[in-house]
Design a protein around this ligand. Structure first.
Ligand SMILES: Nc1ncnc2c1ncn2[C@@H]1O[C@H](COP(=O)(O)OP(=O)(O)OP(=O)(O)O)[C@@H](O)[C@H]1O
Ligand SMILES: [Mg+2]
Length: 350
């Protein structure tokens, strides 16, 4: 039986724990008045206080107003005696981290589809002046729907908290460091090109099943990141369409100036690799005539942004698209053969 929870502002009742990360615990909960099921992320109080918490709230507000289909919906923010909490859509599915088993290589079109949806979320956030700073498979949620999978990016603004408070668990640094850009590792200024870098690393891992910079310890890993030393994607995977490996390496180039400069630029670069049936359903922001907002930061208080992102690509994780093509091919072949046999039999009997 559900325990009534006087916490969470008395508004929500916790049903169960969904998972725990470096910044807090995520629960499934029910809104007491509306009966609506939600996900509640309770932030560790020692990591969320003062100015960093205020900045996090501002960015959560901005993202809540973006209304992008690839950014998880945020509904509420509150604070009780245990600290701050964030109320969001309860997502059904699994994170990319869970979908990527050690050593697995995902199909190319799946990786491209996921990347473009993440880029749609990043494009909207970057235009509103928000850099995610913690793009990694655990923050890329794959929601299952009858049409396939839709990506939802989690934890916009959360990484702001890390800058102010030390990580408390030994694994936290290791879990995050693989996706950290060289400028982040050096604690320099970061901009949207850090998110593009992290997405490039996610694509590398999804395509090869290997982490490009992971070494024996954190120090060696940071050194590899700062020098940009990793094996070529083609070392692990040779069946990629021409140019895709270079594209991914460009996304996580050592120097920000050598990467894609905007999410839209990378969406356009990925267009030739989009699965055929998704073509036409897609338009990148630049193709749809949306003008980029100049500058890196939107003025505070001017957060209402309504950018229509490209519609979601879709695919199913359980049956890769190539398998689907095979099944359709076999059925069509069978029907053709049956028609041929029928025609020949009819000719002979006439
Ligand atoms: N909106 C949501 N709906 C459903 N499950 C969620 C939602 N948000 C998070 N989760 C689940 O809760 C788990 C913990 O999320 P959390 O963001 O706290 O951890 P993390 O991403 O692994 O680490 P970090 O703290 O570095 O972000 C996730 O792995 C995910 O499975
Ligand atoms: Mg997370």
């Amino acid at each position: 039986m559900m325990a009534a929870n006087p916490e969470l502002g008395g508004k929500y009742t916790v049903v169960r724990t969904l998972g725990e990360g470096s910044y807090g615990v995520v629960y499934e909960a029910v809104h007491n008045e509306l009966g609506r099921t939600v996900a509640v992320k309770r932030l560790h109080p020692h990591q969320a206080m003062g100015e960093p918490l205020e900045r996090f709230k501002r960015e959560a507000q901005i993202c809540a107003r973006l209304d992008n289909p690839h950014i998880v919906g945020v509904h509420d923010f509150g604070e009780d005696q245990k600290g701050p909490f964030l109320v969001m859509d309860l997502l059904r599915g699994r994170t990319l981290a869970e979908a990527l088993h050690e050593g697995d290589k995902l199909p190319v079109e799946m990786v491209v589809t996921i990347a473009r949806q993440v880029l749609s979320a990043l494009s909207a956030a970057h235009r509103a002046g928000v850099v995610h700073r913690d793009i990694k498979p655990a923050n890329i949620f794959l929601v299952h729907s009858p049409l396939g999978v839709v990506v939802k990016v989690l934890d916009f603004g959360i990484a702001k908290l890390r800058e102010a408070a030390p990580l408390t668990r030994a694994g936290d640094m290791v879990g995050t460091i693989n996706y950290m850009s060289p400028e982040q590792a050096l604690a320099s200024e970061v901009d949207e090109r850090s998110d593009i870098y992290a997405l490039g690393v996610c694509m590398y891992i999804a395509l090869t099943g290997k982490r490009p910079f992971t070494r024996n310890n954190v120090h060696e890993t940071i050194a590899a990141i700062e020098m940009g030393i990793c094996k070529e994607i083609t070392f692990y995977r040779r069946d990629l369409p021409a140019g895709l490996a270079d594209l991914v390496h460009k996304a996580f180039a050592l120097q920000p100036a050598q990467r894609f400069q905007t999410a839209e630029e990378m969406i356009d670069a990925l267009a030739p690799y989009v699965p055929a049936r998704a073509e036409g359903a897609e338009r990148s922001p630049s193709q749809s005539g949306v003008k980029p907002i100049s500058g890196n930061r939107a003025p505070e208080g001017s957060a209402r942004v309504s950018i229509k992102p490209p519609p979601a690509d879709s695919f199913t994780l359980d049956r890769p698209p190539s398998q689907t093509k095979l099944v359709v091919g076999v059925i069509v072949g069978f029907l053709l053969a049956a028609a041929l046999v029928f025609a020949v039999t009819k000719l002979l009997t006439d």
